[in-house]
Design a binder for this molecule. Sequence first.
Ligand code: AMP
Ligand code: MG
Length: 439
Amino acid sequence: MMETHHEPRLFRDKHSWRDIGNNVVNPVSENKKTDLIEIWEALQIIQDNNPQPIVTSMPLLDALGRRLALDILAPEPSPRHTNSAMDGFAVRWEDVAFTAEGNHITLTIAGESQAGIPFSNICRSNQAIKISTGAILPNGTDTVIRVEETQIKDNRITVLQARNKGQDVRMAGEEFAAGDLLLHRGTALQAPQLGLLASVGINEVPVYSPPHVCLVVTGTELAAPGEPVAPHQIRDSNSIMLNTAVLQAGGKVVGRHYSGDTLEDTEIAIRKSINKAGIIIVTGGVSVGEHDHVKEAARKCGFTELFWRVKQKPGKPLFFARKKDCLLLGLPGNPVSGFMCFMYYIQPLLRSLQGREFSWRKAKARFDNPVKNKGNRTNFMRISLRKEESGFIIAEVLEKQGSHMLGSIAQADGFIIMEPGKYLSEGSWHDVYLFPWKM
Ligand code: AMP
Ligand code: MG
């Protein structure tokens, strides 16, 4: 059994990542005959060319699920004013301190501080001010007696019990002061975070914009969804699948362009996408066939090739190019190949453009049947998962892994990465990559 595990681990500091990459032990990488790059090299190149995330200001109502692009400091303290934590009476501690020794004290009710209608005078000695929860503590008072701890008669109260000075008072700034860090950059905005922002008067927040993606779908053989399909045609399933995967990764699809397999058509479709989106995902036409024009069309549109062909299965013809801040990823047309390339390379890229790590959701799972990669390319094998009663996750490699067999991804919960020669013996544990909608 050969342990060739490389499992690229990604850190913010690209160089430490590269160090790990160089430590990879992979006998096949010694094979200089191949011009294919390793999957970790492809990841590295994609990461090195990560464009700057786009930041936008969004009203709170639209910001659900987005991530903060800046640290947010509190513009004001919380609470904004010293107020009562209870319904009761605001008093001066010096007047009620004796009750601690079992004495009862009687005070005159001199007014009221209601939430929204403060008491405008000063509370004097032997007076109490009726107060409701959240109302401003009247001048002169420092303590609140809960209504349950008093007896009220006419305009007087008897204080039965006062425990300590300052009881049931919320001090201005006790939660945070103006200028304190409220929320970190990168925080996902959910209901509580949006509530917190609203509580300090912030109505718009700087967030990472959903990355704009254009899809270019190539293939003369394709019939659009809903259209009649001739015997020589293939139904286009990549459009809806990739469109949906982009949305699930937090991206926004800003255009879909279709092209037949001619250089001219392909070039036009790519050109239409350039100024619309920071990421262009092309499907099909990226292999070595006579009718594969994506690489040449991209070059004619001004893109520089960064890599082509990765030592992986499926998805070997993966193509990556860049024109300034616009990235182009050419996925093989085979639906499974394209989808796996999306999951492994593009999904983390879309995440990282939204203030998250360039990373995947993973879990550890046990393989109760041996698994082997007999091929000479890294294999993304689709797996199904189930949870044992003990809570352990058990993984099984799905049958029918052909790159045209969409059923294998429709059933899958995720995938494993198996380097050439890698063998998992019965009962061994391995990292599994989870599809975002599973488990
Ligand atoms: P290509 O990468 O263009 O050589 O395409 C490889 C295979 O994927 C061919 O069998 C195509 O018919 C199929 N294919 C290409 N594009 C799509 C698509 N949009 N939807 C479904 N199958 C496709
Ligand atoms: Mg094609």
